[in-house]
Design a protein around this ligand. Structure first.
Ligand code: FES
Length: 497
């Protein structure tokens, strides 16, 4: 350890007085250079000192944590160059503010002189008024310059402006923050904003967008898919640039399934495991340069082995387009599910085609969101909820119906959402019969359960409702809400086998 310390800091670190250290230096017991000591020399004199357990250091860390919030320190920092550019911008603002403060101080001095000059010529009555005015000005200046006047939120905001940059997308007016080493595209996807893109690798040009204001920086050297003329007009690749300052861009945002192209991708099994006796969680990973573009709630066709295929809802969020999750239900006699349960191996290739389906979130709706998942209908519901959470939806309710208790196969995820979020409400319901076959008494029972939920929650009939699960249960639930007066445009349904 060759770090050098001032005597004051060294004394504090080991809990002795500065004078004691000076005595040791004078009598030759400790070596000092220009009023500093090395940590090594200090430890040689005080071998029992616990430098890492320094109370002062901990106190400072606590103050920092309180001032800026833990989350700020947990964020990944951007590249040094980006950090330097942001600090330079903030320093420029600071220098401007300092110069303004100087000018105001000079102005205050002049005002003071002027008042004194007027006072010499004023009669007794006006002098009293002038005195009052001077007292008031003094008090106001003192108030404005006392240390407590500095707004801690302003400090936090400045720190955040160094760590993150804000991006506004036109014409949709959506915005998101860029943190750490994220590209503009990655940050937008994390925020649930589906910008146009293709390869994510700077090769296809589909993520081309125009920078209207602010400064961006390349994270990938090549951008040959943009012509020089386009570059002159401010076009950049969102997958190959990050934000240095706050930025405004013009870019298309996909808001309907027609905006998403049909794709064919060979993915590989990244992991798979049982989440219940008859349910497997399959994690596929796409190649880095060919990710799956989809909207939350959509499905794809998976093809395994000798062309055994099935259309399955995606159980993950489009914010992670390389890692795509599926909940595969064992269905006896179904060649696809038999293959997945009995023969599919880690790293094996799986063909993906799609996406399909229109079971997507109405993102612009301000209404509360109610999700009804029946058995494995939780898969597309999970994708929608994760997307809604990225968009910071304000009011989310999930009702998960299982044919039996074990059909509510990932309750921990829903409980974790509920524990972590004030705006998330979760309830489980066990139907007590197979939700794939619902008629007669079973139908009455399901309707009664839906009635209890609706009766206890007046908001429900003013909301957007999303229902997914086996066909029978979905049809009954959809009809129930339509009969209750919800318009068809506010009830979205998806059948899941
Ligand atoms: S997504 Fe292909 S170039 Fe950016």
């Amino acid at each position: 350890m060759s770090e050098t310390l001032t005597l004051t800091r060294a004394a504090r670190l080991i809990g002795v007085t500065r004078a004691e250290l000076q005595k040791k230096i004078q009598c030759g017991e400790m070596i000092s250079h220009d009023g500093t000591v090395t940590v090594g020399n200090l430890l040689a004199c005080y071998p029992d000192a616990q430098l890492e357990d320094d109370a002062e250091t901990r106190r400072i860390a606590q103050i920092k944590e309180r001032a800026f919030g833990k989350r700020v320190f947990e964020r990944a920092l951007p590249e040094p160059e980006v950090l330097a550019a942001r600090i330079t911008e903030l320093s420029t603002t600071l220098a401007g503010s300092q110069s303004q403060v100087k000018q105001f101080n000079a102005l205050l001095g002049k005002l003071w002189d002027k008042l004194a000059e007027i006072e010499t010529r004023a009669d007794a009555g006006s002098r009293t008024t002038l005195e009052d005015l001077k007292t008031w000005i003094k008090q106001e200046v003192e108030l404005a310059t006392e240390p407590g006047f500095i707004n801690p939120l302003a400090i936090k905001d400045n720190v955040l402006r160094v760590i993150t940059a804000q991006v506004t997308v036109l014409p949709s007016k959506q915005d998101f923050l860029v943190e750490g080493h994220d590209t503009l595209l990655e940050a937008a996807m994390r925020a649930g904003i589906p910008l146009n893109y293709g390869c994510s690798g700077g090769n296809c040009g589909l993520c081309k967008a125009k920078v209207v204001s602010g400064q961006v920086k390349k994270t990938r050297l090549h951008d040959f898919v943009i012509s020089e003329a386009e570059k002159d007009q401010g076009y950049v690749l969102l997958c190959s640039n990050t934000a240095v300052s706050d930025v405004v861009i013009e870019a298309a945002v996909a808001d309907s399934v027609q905006d998403i192209p049909f794709q064919q991708i060979t993915a590989h099994v990244k992991a798979m495991g049982h989440i219940s006796d008859d349910m497997i969680l399959l994690h596929l990973q796409t190649p880095r340069t060919q990710r799956l573009r989809f909207l939350a709630g959509q499905s794809v066709t998976l093809r395994v082995g000798q062309s055994f295929s099935a259309e399955l809802p995606i159980a993950s969020c489009p914010c992670d387009d390389r890692n795509v999750l599926f909940h595969i239900h064992r269905q006896s006699g179904n060649l696809f599910s038999d293959y997945v349960f009995d023969r599919l191996k880690d790293h094996e290739a799986v063909e993906m085609e799609g996406p399909h389906g229109e079971f997507i979130l109405h993102e612009k709706s301000p209404r509360p969101l109610y999700f009804f998942a029946f058995d494995s209908g939780f898969a597309p519901i999970k994708s929608l909820i994760e997307h809604a959470l990225s968009l910071e939806a304000e009011n989310i309710h999930l009702h998960w119906f299982g044919s039996a208790r074990q059909n509510i196969y990932l309750p921990n995820i829903a409980h974790a959402w509920q524990d972590a979020l004030d705006n998330f409400h979760y309830e489980e319901h066990v139907a007590g019969f197979d939700l794939r076959t619902v008629s007669g008494k079973r139908e009455e029972s399901l309707l009664a359960q839906l009635g209890e939920i609706t009766g206890a929650d007046a908001d429900l009939l003013q909301s957007d409702v999303y229902i997914a699960g086996p066909q029978d249960a979905v049809v009954i639930a959809e009809r129930y809400f339509l009969d209750k007066g919800l318009p068809k445009t506010r009830v979205a349904v998806a059948s899941v086998k």
